[in-house]
Design a binder for this molecule. Structure first.
Ligand SMILES: NC(=O)C1=CN([C@@H]2O[C@H](COP(=O)(O)OP(=O)(O)OC[C@H]3O[C@@H](n4cnc5c(N)ncnc54)[C@H](OP(=O)(O)O)[C@@H]3O)[C@@H](O)[C@H]2O)C=CC1
Ligand SMILES: N[C@@H](CC=O)C(=O)O
Length: 398
């Protein structure tokens, strides 16, 4: 199998490196005969920390797309414009495509998957969710006997790293984000990480695999972590909770999906409360398995590259389940308006809120804020109640 890798940043360099180091072992274990014919990046004059034949380096991805010898194109440049063109052109040229680009899969999955089917090519994206954790393949293969009814987890390494550093090292948000970017965890535009968008992409992808249809990404309820301060982290701790960015979805009997990516106050005894640093953990509920848990590093060079290589080997060993059920491009899954659902909430509001005029009870006053715990209330009701305050943070409690 001849492979062209496009994008040699964090993930692409990892793929090139592991293939250079492990090619013989991979062949021994799987029988797959892999050759990287091209490795493409804008900057090819830099130093690499491992040995490989530099003749494979190119700055021109079009060479890869038009070379009839190339079987697999690995798209690792990220973004939604050139990356999408590369993927579509590669598929239309009858090449198999592998990506780690969750934004593209979540937003354009139906279009890309249809193009793959039309061209009898394969489109795989194990690295798009959970970094190094095998999760897409288990959803398609190992859990195939089950009806999946619920998925819940920590799916963004950067935000989990930030929340962990804020809690354990008392770093403020910006310092922790800076560290996450240095480690290669954050997206090129880190607002994807901290505004819940990346976790939203991932839960949309998993739900589209699980429930026999596709989720329209714009229907995922999103809330990020950028407004969470040390005050909230330590208030939560006093109450016996941790704050985690949780992506979740569940399907009800009417086939309506409740789907969100948002910070949640989780009881400290819960398993997900204790998943820290760049680690992700994804809990999948199946009709026969009950809950299964997938845990590991959710971002970073080597874990993510490991997932990309598993897709390469699947294609090379011709072992891909490619039915229409998973990410069914013809069946749009309807979603529930989560703003109407009643829950318990943690609220931090500035003191211009007229507490006496409201039916809500004060839990504590801290600095210039009221902390309020509100029960059996919807986001819509809370948004109306706190519409005019200078500052507010509203987080669901589970
Ligand atoms: N980092 C991670 O932990 C994970 C990332 N992902 C996904 O993997 C993908 C890649 O991410 P990551 O490796 O972090 O991104 P990086 O920004 O580190 O790498 C992208 C690379 O592609 C290069 N590039 C950009 N445009 C072109 C082009 N037209 N032709 C050739 N090369 C180009 C960039 O060069 P230059 O820098 O010069 O622009 C850069 O070297 C993204 O979709 C991301 O969401 C998925 C899971 C984990
Ligand atoms: N930025 C992402 C990278 C992996 O998907 C994250 O932090 O999880």
């Amino acid at each position: 199998m001849k492979i062209g890798i496009i994008g040699l940043g964090t993930v692409g360099e990892g793929v090139l490196k592991i293939l250079a180091l492990e090619n013989k072992n991979i062949k021994l274990k799987s029988g797959a005969d892999l050759e990287v014919k091209y490795a493409c990046d804008l900057n090819i004059d830099r130093e690499f920390s491992f040995d490989f034949d530099k003749a494979i380096l190119t700055q021109d991805y079009k060479k890869i797309l038009s070379d009839p010898e190339i079987d697999i194109v690995v798209e690792l440049i990220g973004g939604e414009t050139i990356a999408k063109n590369i993927i579509m052109e590669a598929l239309n040229n009858k090449k198999h495509v592998i990506t780690a680009n969750k934004a593209l899969v979540a937003k354009y999955g139906p279009e890309i998957i249809s193009a793959a089917k039309d061209n009898c090519s394969l489109f795989l994206y194990e690295a798009a969710v959970g970094g190094g954790i095998p999760i897409i393949t288990p959803m398609i293969e190992n859990l195939i006997a089950n009806q999946i009814t619920e998925i819940r987890g920590i799916m963004n390494g950067t935000s989990n790293y930030i929340l962990t550093k804020m809690k354990e090292d008392k770093l403020d948000f910006e310092e922790a984000l800076h560290l996450a970017a240095e480690m290669g965890y954050a997206e090129a535009d880190p607002s994807y990480d901290v505004d819940g968008i990346d976790a939203g992409h991932k839960i949309a992808i998993l739900s589209s695999l699980a429930y026999g249809g596709y989720i329209n990404f714009s229907e995922v309820y999103l809330q990020g972590i950028r407004d969470i301060s040390l005050v909230d982290i330590f208030e939560a701790e006093k109450l016996g909770f941790s704050i985690k960015l949780i992506a979740s979805s569940k399907i009800n009997e009417d086939k309506l999906v409740e789907i969100s990516a948002e910070p949640i106050l989780l009881k400290n005894e819960k398993l997900l409360s204790n998943v820290n640093d760049v680690y992700n953990a994804i809990e999948v509920t199946g009709s026969y398995t009950g809950k299964t848990l997938f845990y590991g590093k959710g971002a970073g060079m080597e874990p993510t590259a490991s997932a990309v290589i598993s897709d390469i080997v699947k294609i090379a060993t011709d072992s891909v389940i490619n039915s229409n059920f998973f990410f069914d491009t013809k069946s749009h899954l309807e979603t529930v308006d989560t703003n109407k659902l009643k829950h318990e909430f943690y609220i931090r509001t500035s003191k211009d809120f007229d507490l006496e005029a409201s039916a809500l009870e004060l839990y504590e006053e801290i600095d210039n804020y009221y902390i309020i715990i509100a029960e059996n209330i919807s986001r819509n009701e809370l948004d109306e109640t706190f519409a005019n305050v200078k500052e507010k943070l509203i987080i669901k409690i589970i």
